[in-house]
Design a protein around this ligand. Structure first.
Ligand code: ATP
Ligand code: MG
Length: 392
């Protein structure tokens, strides 16, 4: 017996007052995006929840896995829909449901019945009581506990009968698309994919920018970033990934600026370029994977100097996290294995032996003056040659 529907529960979005329908519509649309490529379901909104009903056979695990990546969902209940709810048949179906769903019948339960179909032969009380009795007769190992049951078996009689009792945990958060859009600076490391995931989880749509430095960084390094964007997009939905050719800017900085300041200056130009791309694609913020103190370029002083070039707010969801905490999330969202592939990135090649940890804005700006006659042209060139890859 295959469960032929899902009931989707959401929490946070239920409390948004008159914006509620916006959140619900966004959630339905995100569910549709996640499900449509893999299965044919009818999706419909009902007060406080969303129903998905299979129109044809589908891969249960695949659908559950896809739903677990949709932000805004707190719980996914697999449902058995029985169109023939004439009492004797409903009893047989419910027995079969319990039989198959619970291998070990040694649990406490109650039956919670609801009847929106007022013409039904029994009222809610009777359905609950009588079905409970039928189940006890069939499975003597069961026992009833109406206050604190291990299994709360729901039976709802509408135009069909709905039977369900299990809830699979959802991803939480808010549906993507309900909180604007941000530009993620996506490197091949562990942190930035996690940062993108965390921002998307709060309902923010994301695009991404990767700074590529061929031939110092290889095609494989770029492919790794594409792969990471793909993994993040399973949660965030479509990502436009901008690949910026950063080689000439990096070489100019390397040639003209003090080496202990390389990373900071490079970061500042990354931020400037990312901000221009962000504005072009209507983003309201930038996102990075930075975390205080992780490396020299992420001391509170370095972050301050980097931040100074941006007008848009820069969100750093990993800012207060230890590396291990970031790793834990990357494992959970399945980006870790890709992130640790050993392809060089542009920061590792042009890195100084003794980078500054307490840069001052003045000293960095003074060094940047040495780029004055070339940098505008190089920035323009970098912006004009951006390659945009659509990641789904
Ligand atoms: P890890 O610390 O695991 O290497 P990371 O590459 O994300 O991860 P850093 O190299 O410390 O971390 O860079 C800090 C942040 O700057 C990144 O999280 C990312 O947002 C941004 N960044 C760094 N290099 C690039 C790049 N080549 N392209 C785009 N963004 C980058
Ligand atoms: Mg990092």
């Amino acid at each position: 017996m295959k469960l032929n529907a899902f009931l989707v529960k959401y929490a946070e979005i239920g409390i948004k007052g008159k914006n509620r329908h916006i959140f619900e519509d966004a959630l339905v649309s995100q569910i549709r995006n996640a499900i449509e490529p893999i299965a044919d379901f009818q999706i419909r909104k009902e007060p406080g929840r969303i129903f998905l009903e299979a129109k044809e056979d589908y891969d249960y695990d695949e659908v559950v896995e896809a739903l677990q990546k949709v932000f805004g969902i707190v719980g996914i209940c697999p449902v058995l829909i029985e169109p023939n709810f004439e009492w004797d048949n409903l009893v047989q179906t419910t027995i079969k449901y319990v039989e198959e769903q619970y291998e070990n019948k040694n649990f406490t339960f109650k039956v919670s019945a609801r009847r929106s179909n007022k013409g039904y032969e029994k009222d809610s009380m009777e359905i609950g009581r009588d079905m409970g009795g039928e189940l006890l007769d069939k499975f003597p190992e069961l026992s009833v506990d109406v206050h604190n049951p291990e299994v709360d078996l729901k039976i709802e009689i509408r135009s069909k009968a709905y039977i369900y009792s299990k809830t699979i945990k959802g991803a939480g958060g808010l549906p993507v698309g309900t909180n604007g859009k941000a530009m993620l600076l996506l490197s091949g490391g562990i942190d930035s994919p996690v940062a993108g995931y965390m921002i998307a989880k709060r309902g923010v749509k994301i695009d991404a920018t990767y700074f590529h430095a061929p031939p110092y960084t290889s095609e494989r390094a770029k492919q790794k970033v594409v792969d990471l964007a793909k993994l993040v997009s399973k949660y965030s939905g479509k990502i436009n990934l901008n690949v910026v050719n950063f080689t000439d800017i990096q070489l100019a900085i390397y040639e003209k600026c003090p080496h202990e300041q390389l990373t900071i200056i490079m970061r500042r130009y990354m931020m400037k370029i990312a901000e221009q791309l962000a504005e072009k694609s209507n983003c309201q913020a930038l996102v990075t994977g930075e975390s205080i103190g992780q490396v020299a370029s992420q001391t509170i002083y370095s972050l301050g100097v980097t931040n100074e070039v941006c007008n848009l707010p820069v969100f750093r969801p990993c800012i207060g996290m230890d590396k291990q905490e970031i790793v834990d999330i990357s494992e959970q969202i399945n980006t870790y294995e890709t992130s640790i592939q050993p392809f060089e990135d542009c920061c590792t090649i042009f890195v100084a032996k003794h980078p500054v940890t307490k840069p001052t804005l003045k000293s960095i700006q003074r060094s940047e003056e040495k780029l004055a006659d070339v940098i505008d042209g190089l920035m323009e060139e970098a912006l004009n040659t951006v390659e945009t890859i659509v990641i789904r």
